[in-house]
Design a binder for this molecule. Sequence first.
Ligand code: ADP
Ligand code: ASP
Ligand code: MG
Length: 422
Amino acid sequence: MALIVHKYGGTSMGSTERIRNVAKRVAKWARAGHQMVVVPSAMSGETNRLLGLAKELAPAKSTDATNRELDMLASTGEQASSALLAIALQAEGMASVSYAGWQVPIRTNSAYTKARIESIDDQKVRADLAAGKVVIVTGFQGVDELGHITTLGRGGSDTSAVAVAAAMKADECLIYTDVDGVYTTDPRVVPEARRLNTVSFEEMLEMASMGSKVLQIRSVEFAGKYKVPLRVLSSFTPWDIDLTEEAQSGTLITFEEDEQMEQAIVSGIAFNRDEAKISVLGVPDKPGIAYQILGAVADANIEVDMIIQNISRDGKTDFSFTVNRNDHARAMDLLKDKIVPALGAQEATGDTKICKVSIVGIGMRSHVGIASKMFRCLSEEGINIQMISTSEIKTSVVIDEKYMELAVRALHKAFDLDIAKV
Ligand code: ADP
Ligand code: ASP
Ligand code: MG
């Protein structure tokens, strides 16, 4: 008997028919003797629908007070799907109870719309499991010190599931979704993408942070920190397939490098359309400018990703960086109103039509020439590189958004990631 956490994404919970299927699958696992904790997302489209309603009423920039209400609102999606799943399980003859984040409780900090989990009390869940119930814990939400409902950022149910698995010391956390595992890149963009049987934790972390939305990055961080055995698999297989077969399907996130079955130099390609580029031109080149620009941006709670400072000419330099697209307008206002005049810089320009494409692989540590192969591939496609950043196991470039799919497809092919043709 094992303690297993299942997480079902929005599409997997997308209709009452699908919820019934989830209930049948979970009941199969429980009847096989496992203690089951299930973390569902809201039904697909529901979070967008709710946040869309809020936007109709308050299209302007968000304030802390509004963000609090956004969490109050968006968290209801998961509350509904959790209750529906508990009802479906009971209809299958399986004792079941659902809890909202605040009932568990799942404690978070107070950063509304992007809160971080601080602790999870496992007592109630354990007592229910001991009483033979399937326990359903709402994904995506928690509660702060003062009792305000918080949410964990888009895609946050993955993190709820892995955090619950870590807190419960579960034997495994299975992330059921609408694809049958982690692929070399998003199979919706590159149909030739291949499913990986295993992917190392480090590669998964880079892929998630570079934009592969199959797992929210914080869920991968949690899995790494607490060594939670984690698997991504399909919720669209028939619910009554053999349990042992199901338990070994999909993609396993591995923690040991030598467990790697597929030692490719580049394991995956990620892309991210959520960023925007900002350049501050004609900045007098003297000590402290990076701090003056980025310090002010950080004080406004705007996260910066890539940074480039050009070599100076005639005592002036250009300074570019990327921010989340949602923060672009706010960052531009700040630069134009305060930073550019304070620095005596020429001007600030912005570009929201960019994307970041990254190649990821632990093989990059021990092989040279991988980045240059990437640059050659892009140049052969006539794609101009605007910014570059590297880490030990990834190289990222910023390019014009309109070339994103072309770049991802060309790189996928250049690094031999396409499905082997027979
Ligand atoms: P869920 O609602 O189950 O959380 P998501 O939509 O958040 O599902 O994540 C699954 C989606 O992630 C897939 O449908 C796929 O389009 C996308 N995706 C992006 N990159 C990858 C990748 N490398 N492997 C698999 N899926 C990916
Ligand atoms: N429902 C939330 C979202 O759409 C959380 C999740 O699905 O993981 O972002
Ligand atoms: Mg998701």
